[in-house]
Write a protein that binds this ligand. Structure first.
Ligand code: SAM
Length: 255
């Protein structure tokens, strides 16, 4: 079921690791991560599963903050890159599919962090059940997705305006959001403004906010927070992201 998804990530692994550059993009650092860090709270001594860890930069951040982190990803290439980039840190990285985390025991993690992954998987329901299973009671899940209502990788797009001289980016005139209720797989060829990008299209599963929230609740979780983080910097670079949310973040507890 995951074969085409896995081959996409294997093909894009190096370009993705280059994009993340060991520390995340400006969108991660200035919008998403401050929100995630606040929701994570004090992680010292906590056992964290970084589910879909990519090249492992969040695993490194939380290890350096004193957590005991296990990073899993279904891409052997990304796990190899995680290990290489995390040399010297005590992090366990495993090749594993979040749809079926057979290698992980029940009730063992304080936190499951799943950053920008569930939008790339078909098995939302199974992954949430696996996260629930491996969390201990009172443990919590935090996951983020690109905001489904303003989905640049799905059915929506920006009508672009004039070029911002300092950043080279175009101002957004307005966002066109359409076909919100049509949940389906989109194939995205990611390109940066500089023109570099991924060699292969990757899958992006558009789902409504109610699908995400209801699946979380139906799995047995208790919803704790739903956030639409704003950029922490009010610069021209984030002109669009200060007008409409780019990310949606959910925190939910296993009772
Ligand atoms: C957009 S990247 C995010 C990576 C990382 N969480 C971060 O914030 O940089 C999505 C990641 O999910 C992984 N992934 C996608 N489907 C997966 C699955 N079924 N099981 C495990 N990992 C998966 C990909 O290999 C990729 O590393």
């Amino acid at each position: 079921m995951n074969d085409h998804l896995l081959s996409q990530w294997e093909a894009n692994a190096e370009a993705f690791a280059q994009l993340i550059n060991g520390r995340g993009t400006p969108h991660h650092r200035k919008i998403l991560n401050p929100c995630i860090h606040r929701l994570m709270g004090d992680v010292k001594g906590k056992k964290i599963l970084d589910a879909g860890c990519g090249e492992g930069y969040l695993s490194r951040i939380y290890t350096e903050k004193g957590a005991d982190v296990v990073g899993v990803d279904f891409s052997p290439k990304l796990i190899a890159l995680s290990q290489k980039r995390s040399a010297g840190l005590d992090i366990e990285f495993l090749v594993a599919d979040i749809c079926q985390l057979d290698s992980l025991k029940d009730n063992q993690f304080d936190v499951v962090l799943c950053n920008l992954v569930l939008l790339n998987v078909e098995c939302l329901d199974k992954s949430l059940h696996e996260f629930y299973r491996v969390l201990r009671p009172s443990g919590f899940l935090i996951f983020s997705v690109v905001h489904p209502a303003f989905n640049v990788y799905g059915p929506g797009y920006w009508e672009v305006g004039e070029k911002i001289k300092t950043t080279g980016r175009r101002k957004g005139k307005y966002f066109i959001s359409d076909q919100y209720f049509t949940e389906k797989e989109f194939f995205v060829l990611w390109k940066s403004r500089k023109g570099d990008g991924f060699p292969q299209k990757f899958s992006f599963f558009h789902r409504t906010i109610s699908t995400y929230v209801n699946q979380v609740i139906n799995t047995g979780f208790r919803l704790m927070a739903l956030e639409e983080p704003l950029p922490v910097e009010a610069t021209e670079f984030f002109d669009r992201e200060r007008r409409i949310p780019f990310f949606l973040v959910i925190k939910a507890e296993k009772p």
